[in-house]
Design a protein around this ligand. Structure first.
Ligand code: WT7
Length: 658
């Protein structure tokens, strides 16, 4: 995909000062760290791992690469993630510090201290143990944004049970796929979730998923009572979370695990096949969660941090559950959506909670710009945002005009904007400005984090000169990298360390270019068939398979089209088994297919546009000509050579949206 506008408007007029006394203070300090990593890579990471984490048993080995690309970090060290995120803070005198300020959809506030969070996690950890969940067992978490969601994750970590959080917007079928693939023994969920004043089911969807078969291993469904709405109930298996917790002591001996013990598996979309379970380690992952909280977000004791992501995505794992707690920070967690009760909600919340570090997605910014333009009452200028000192974005390229608006109207021209590039697979930030170091350029994620050996190469793995585009790779393993794909090590090896590039470079899946003068990186978008819709990652193949599973559909192809708000919009080209529909008929079928995709995957995967044709435009060898479909989706006049297309006549049929 590409960014929407490329002209940096009046951004250069904005002189945003660097943060003072930042944890990496100045370009020289940054260079010193980069040099330290270059001179002795293992010693660099060993130092950080000792500084940022509390080890139950210190490691003696740093990196084991004998089984590359299955790297092992700190492998003979032992620790516990929840100990690092909770007990350590109590020992450091932070017991009475607020860990979480939770704001519900309807504006109710709950303050949770580190002491209280610790006890809740211990109680649930004990309860899970009492239900037979032990080290290595997998627990699926299907929860709304809540204190309970974070408690559930940390409770799993406490007993060494890898969690797999499934975003609450995924369908029963998607949930089922993940429960079965991971072989879970328990599900933690809520009766319902609340978003924008409406309740949506969760427990009912869990029951639907479990009824699809293959999930006999599920012995417990623990349910957080969020709304008290009616839900189905299966005795023995279903338990209220509050009753489970109430029956347990409020301390719990942590399970000490090896640094490589899987902390969690998080499913994400690839260009082919079903979503893959990205497996992360305990030691290496947590190290980077903590270190980037300090380096990128320069977190200080008095900061109020707010990351607006959902715990169902990696951003919510690293920068809600693990990162902020690992460094003893105070954070805001929000249940709702940015547009309810109105599009001023984010700005109002920043003002109310005196948020100092705000981290959100470009898609949210773009949609809030529109609302602010239409109604001054919800414009950030109408709020007191003087508490802010740093802003961040994540998930997709940010167009310079949105960047500039964010910097000016939200950041008041004072706050560095950190455009953080990373992925589910990387565990934490890879390429990002640092607030005390990097002069900013809108639209660029600037420079790699110290220790991250990012480069841009051509199809053969050769580095390209600055100014030339290519594919983004990471040349050296790093502690928080993906360890494997759950149950599919070969897919891991081939997908991320492809032989074409020599088998040693980590392939991010994005195109990138470095500036000729500054060496700054700009991400140009995915090089595979992965779409980024409102910062959500979706595989075109997944959506195609969902469409093709509908009884009316003979064939489907899905492409992305640049979209002003969502970044990318899903456009589906469909051939029905029956005749090509037109007019009201086409609209009716399109609506049905949209609803179907919502059921198969989740509402985020619904195509914005559905087009019908008599046949797919294909080459003589039977390959769908996606390049052509991308042009059609954009409404471009087809000037490309269509002589290799077997049936060029169908192209014009696809030009009209249903
Ligand atoms: C893909 C990863 C990282 C957490 C959220 C998304 C795109 C991510 C940026 C950025 C341009 C970005 C890439 C990447 N992406 N951050 N700052 N600038 N593109 O995690 O779902 O694993 O998606 O998101 O295409 O590969 P994810």
């Amino acid at each position: 995909m590409s960014t929407i506008d490329t002209a940096p408007p009046d951004s250069t007029a904005l002189q945003i000062p660097l943060a003072r006394n930042a944890s990496i203070d100045g370009m020289d300090a940054y260079r010193a760290l980069v040099t330290e990593a270059n001179q002795d890579y293992e010693a660099f990471w060993a130092r950080l791992a000792r500084e940022h984490l509390a080890w139950h048993r210190p490691f003696t080995k740093v990196l084991n690469d004998t089984d590359a690309p299955f790297y092992h970090w700190f492998e003979d060290g032992e620790l516990n993630a929840s100990y690092n995120c909770l007990d350590r803070n109590l020992i450091n005198g932070l017991a009475e510090k607020t860990a979480i300020v939770f704001e519900s959809d309807d504006g109710k506030l709950t303050h949770v201290t580190y002491q209280a969070l610790y006890h809740r996690v211990c109680r649930l950890a004990n309860a899970l143990r009492a239900r037979g969940v032990k080290k290595g067992d997998r627990v699926v978490i299907y929860m709304p944004m809540s204190v309970e969601g974070v408690v559930a994750m940390l409770a799993c970590a406490r007993i060494g049970a890898p969690h797999s959080v499934v975003f609450g917007g995924f369908s029963a079928k998607s949930l089922h796929e993940r429960i079965v693939d991971i072989g879970a023994c328990a599900v933690i969920t809520a009766d319902e979730q609340v978003r924008a004043g409406k309740t949506l089911p969760l427990k009912t969807i869990v029951d639907e998923a479990l009824a699809m078969g293959g999930a006999a291993g599920i012995k417990t469904v623990a349910i957080y009572r969020r709304t008290g709405g009616q839900i189905p109930w299966i005795n023995e298996r279903d338990k209220w979370l509050h009753e489970l917790e109430a029956a347990q002591p409020d301390t719990c001996e942590p399970e000490w695990v090896g640094a490589e013990h899987p902390l969690f598996v998080l499913y994400t979309s690839g260009s082919t096949g079903t979503p893959k379970g990205v497996q992360h380690s305990t030691g290496g992952y947590l190290l980077w969660a903590a270190a980037t909280m300090k380096w990128t977000f320069d977190i200080k004791p008095e900061d109020v941090f707010w990351c607006t992501a959902d715990i169902g995505w990696i951003t919510g794992h690293t920068y809600i559950c693990y990162g902020p707690t690992a460094v003893g920070a105070t954070q805001v967690i929000f249940e709702g959506v940015p547009t309810y009760p109105n599009a001023g909600r984010f700005w109002e919340m920043i003002q109310r909670h005196k948020v100092s570090i705000f981290y959100t997605a470009p898609t949210a910014i773009r949609s809030l710009i529109k609302s602010a333009d239409a109604n001054h009452a919800v414009h950030p200028d109408s709020f007191d945002l003087s508490s802010l000192r740093l802003l961040g974005t994540v998930g997709e390229p940010i167009n310079p005009s949105a960047w500039t608006w964010y910097a000016r109207h939200v950041g008041g021209g004072r706050c560095p904007v950190l455009d953080t590039f990373w992925q589910t697979e990387t565990g934490g930030h890879m390429i990002s400005p640092l607030p005390g170091v990097t002069p900013l350029v809108p639209g660029s994620c600037t420079l790699p984090m110290p220790g991250i050996d990012a480069a841009i190469v051509d199809e053969t793995g050769e580095e390209v000169p600055n100014g030339n585009g290519g594919v983004l790779v990471i040349r050296k393993p790093w502690p928080s990298m993906i360890r494997t794909i759950w149950g599919n090590p070969e897919r891991f090896r081939q997908g991320y360390f492809p032989g074409e590039l020599g088998g040693k470079l980590y392939l991010a899946g994005d195109g990138a270019i470095r500036d000729r003068d500054t060496g700054y990186f700009t991400i140009t978008g995915r090089i595979d068939d992965v779409l980024n819709v409102s910062g959500h990652r979706l595989g075109t193949m997944e959506i195609e398979s969902a469409l093709a599973a509908h009884p009316l559909v003979a064939e489907a192809a899905v492409v992305g089209r640049p979209d002003e708000t969502a970044g990318e919009a899903i456009v589906a080209f469909v051939v029905l088994k029956a005749e090509r529909p037109s007019g009201a008929d086409a609209k009716r079928v399109a609506d049905e297919l949209r609803a179907w995709v919502g059921k198969e995957i989740g509402p985020i995967a619904k195509p914005k546009d559905i087009r019908f044709g008599d046949a797919m435009p294909k080459t003589r060898s039977g390959k769908v000509v996606r390049r052509l479909l991308r042009s059609v989706a954009k409404g471009e006049v087809i000037s490309q050579d269509t002589s290799t297309v077997e049936n060029p006549a169908v192209i014009s049929q696809f030009a009209d949206a249903a």
